[in-house]
Design a binder for this molecule. Sequence first.
Ligand code: ATP
Length: 365
Amino acid sequence: ERKKIFTGNSTRVELKNLTKKFGSTTAVENASLEIDSGEFMTLLGPSGCGKTTILSMILGILEPTSGEIAFNGQPINHIDMSKRDIGMVFQNYALFPHMTVFQNIAFGLDMRKVEKEEKKKRVREVIKMVQLDGLEDRFIKDLSGGQQQRVALARAIVIRPRILLLDEPLSNLDAKLRKEMRTQLKKLHRELDITTIYVTHDQEEALSLSTKITVMSKGVIQQIGAPEEIFRRPRNYFVANFIGYGNFLKGKLVDEKNGQFIFETTKDSLRLTVNRDNKHQVGDQVFLTIKPEMLEIVTGEKTGVNLLDGEIVTSDYIGSATGYEVQMENGRTFQVNVPGLNPYAVGQKVKLYLDPAKILIVDEE
Ligand code: ATP
C-alpha cells in the first residue's frame, strides 16, 4: 500500500505532436506521449537525442516550435513556468554553494512566501525523507556529491510539485552510490506518488526505476512501453541495439513453414529459421538479433537447422562469463557469452546453434 504524503495533486502529462527546432537543427520531432498520473516515465536515449529539450519545454524554459503540452487535459503552453508547479533536479544540481543545506532547500518556499513555522516544518520533513538529518547547517561546498544530490532532490520536492523532472540526476555519482540512490529514488517515488519524468542514457537505470520507458533517437520517439516490454520486445534495430541485443543480421523473410519463417541475409545469403511473430510477414526487410548469452556453442554431434560452422577467434574471460568471438568461413562473426569458466580455446573449431525460439525479428529504423 502506498503512503501518500502529498495527496491530491498528481498530474497527467500529455505531449501532442511536439516539435522543437533550433535553426536548422530539429531537436525534437513530432513527439506524442502520455504520462499517467503517478507514473515514473524515463526518457532514454543517447546524448543529443532531445531528452533535455523535452524536459525544458515541460518545465517552461523553452517554448515549443509547434505542438502542445497539457497537464490533466489543460494546455499549458502559455502558462508561465512559475505557475506550472514543477520540481526540477538538474544534472549539475544548480545549488547555491555558499548557502547552507537548509537555505538551499527552503529557497522555493521563500520564493512562494511560505510562513516561517510552516517553512521549517516542511524543510524538516523532506530532510528526513532524503536522509540528510543533522546536515541542515552545512554549506553545500562542504558536502559530498551524493549529499548534494539529495539536497537537490529535497529542494525539488519541498514545494510539493505536481510533476517532478529529473535530468540525469545520478550521472555525477560513482557506481556504488548510483545504485544506492536508485533504490532511494524508487522508494521516494512510491511514497510521494508524484508524476515523475526522468532523463538518462543508462539503460540499466531506466529498466530499474521506471514504470514506463520512452526510447528516443535523433529527436524521434522510437518506442514507448513498460521496462519488460522494451527489454523483451524492442521494436526496431535502434532500440534493440541500445538495450543490449547483438549479432544483428540484415535481410529478408523469404518463406514460411510450420509456424516458422525462413530468413536470408542480404550480404551472404545465409539462411536461418526463426519462430514466427505476429508483426511480420514474408517479404519484410528486417533484422534478426540474438543476445550473446542466447547463442550456443556446440562441439558434439548435432543436426538440424541454424547450425553454423566457425572458429573461436577471441576469448574474453570476465569472471562470471566468457565472451567469445566466433568467425564463420566467409568472415562473418558472432558474439557468444558462455557462463562460468573458460571451456573453449582460441583456434578451436566449433558449431554455433541459433535457437529459432531465441531469435528476435526487429524492424529497420
Ligand atoms: P544529453 O544527454 O547530451 O544531454 P539530450 O538527449 O538531452 O542530450 P538535447 O540537449 O535535448 O539532447 O539536444 C538535442 C539536440 O538539440 C542536440 O543536437 C543539441 O545540439 C541541440 N540543441 C539543444 N539545445 C540547443 C540550443 N539552445 N541551440 C541549438 N541547438 C541546441
